[in-house]
Design a protein around this ligand. Sequence first.
Ligand SMILES: Cc1cc2nc3c(=O)[nH]c(=O)nc-3n(C[C@H](O)[C@H](O)[C@H](O)COP(=O)(O)O)c2cc1C
Length: 265
Amino acid sequence: MSFTQSIPSLIRQRISIRKYQNVSLSTEVITDLQSQCQNQQNPFDADVTLQIASSSTAKLGTYGMIKSAQAFITATAVRSPSAYFALGFEAEALVLYATSLGLGSCILGGTYNKKQFQNSLSIPEDCLFPLVVSLGYPADQDSLLSRISRKAVKSATRKPVESLFFADNFQTSLAQVSSSLRDCLEMVRLAPSSQNSQPWRLLVTDRAIHFYAVDEKPMHQIDLGIAAYHFDAAARYYDLAYSLVLLEPPLKSTPFVYCFSFIEE
Ligand SMILES: Cc1cc2nc3c(=O)[nH]c(=O)nc-3n(C[C@H](O)[C@H](O)[C@H](O)COP(=O)(O)O)c2cc1C
């Protein structure tokens, strides 16, 4: 996937948008998004399908949370141990691609009518279907409901570095790392997450970054997948060679749940 702007700039400018202009997406934009959906891959070896659904052709409800969405990305996956990570990873790639096209977006893991989407778009009941992403050109002013929701979960803020990134064990906050690695970690810190929970905790060792989650909730696994996309895309941008691997948990007695690691090549 190639972007018209740098990944750090797209990550910094993206915020969740819940109210859109009544301006349809052109056929070119829809076709472009569809082709990005088809070509998107993930490093988790999981089978994810992203599709674009136009709001004009299907009845797609968001319980009033989203106003005038022009389209949705639906994200489904075949059940597997890494499926939720992979879903988050691929969905976030499309979110940032949409940002590069000037589109606003909001990932919805709770406030969408799953049954209605499944029926309108013939999504099979046996696959995982934990989220959709609303799309459209941002309205000049956000809706009242969105402003209330943003305030409730403090969407504009993120936890400080010292409570997210650790060196060798979870008692020692990370002190010195190279400036490129620090920039990659900052891209993780800025990632969106369900209810702005930021459930990732990263253990930085000599040649690896181990990603842990605060618990095993599927929605938090999606958040970890989003964080993985931010790290992977930023590492490529800053010319750092890391690849994602699943290891035996490097630290066993921790309050956190091991998810995956990025190892320096
Ligand atoms: C996995 C996931 C699920 C989310 N589900 C919802 C949702 O159901 N409804 C909603 O309004 N926002 C939802 N959000 C948006 C978050 O609330 C938002 O990303 C977070 O507050 C940070 O704000 P920002 O995206 O503006 O940076 C979700 C985000 C993620 C990553």
